[in-house]
Design a protein. Structure first.
Length: 203
């Protein structure tokens, strides 16, 4: 089977439901951002696995396994998004249904990582916690964009569990960035409020 099909040469692509739409349709924009998110998590994971620190410890292996699981779940998110609820057939919708248990799983993982972290009393900058941490912060920001794109499709066409998952995933990625900094022994950079050194200009 060849990689190229030529079916998209005229600017359209096919959804999982079989429907063809322009490539700049809201659904494909959401799918593109979800794909970018998956790739960014892959960058973070690959860097984490290549670190000098002992990546064979239980927390490190567990964390890497969770990122891999999330990458697979994002494929499931894509299948669900590519199956609009108002136009796809019932069989396709059942096959692409996203299990809400995945949201609960993320919440459990967040709580487990939080137990190892100091309480957050200040905003932190997406730097200073090491390169893996920075990659995870980038993934978090892409996740927020993917979430906005999915929401823009319209609630009547999207499985609510998908929106919940992306919302929770951004929280997971934020805590993950902090957790990885903790594993690597890196110090996070705290946001510093600007100092007002002069009187405001008067008109």
């Amino acid at each position: 089977m060849k990689v190229y099909t030529k079916t998209g040469d005229k600017g359209t692509s096919q959804l999982f439901s079989g429907e063809r739409r322009p490539k700049d349709d809201a659904v494909f924009m959401a799918l593109g951002d979800t794909d970018e998110l998956n790739a960014q998590i892959g960058v973070a994971l690959t860097h984490f696995q290549g670190l000098v620190l002992d990546a064979t410890t239980k927390p490190a292996l567990e964390f890497a396994s969770r990122l891999e699981d999330i990458q697979s779940r994002l494929f499931d998110v894509g299948a669900s998004v590519a199956t609009p609820l108002t136009s796809a057939g019932k069989t396709k919708i059942r096959r692409a249904q996203f299990d809400p248990i995945n949201v609960t799983l993320l919440e459990n993982w967040i709580d487990e990582m939080d137990e190892h972290l100091e309480p957050l009393r200040n905003f932190i900058l997406p730097s200073g916690g090491g390169l893996t941490s920075c990659h995870l912060h980038v993934a978090r920001s892409v996740c927020r964009r993917a979430e906005r794109r999915v929401v823009s499709i319209g609630g009547e066409d999207v499985d609510p569990a998908v929106i919940q998952y992306l919302n929770r995933l951004s929280d997971f990625l934020f805590v993950s960035a902090r957790f990885v900094a903790h594993l690597e022994g890196k110090t996070e950079t705290i946001w510093k409020k600007q100092l007002v050194t002069s009187e405001p200009m008067k008109e």
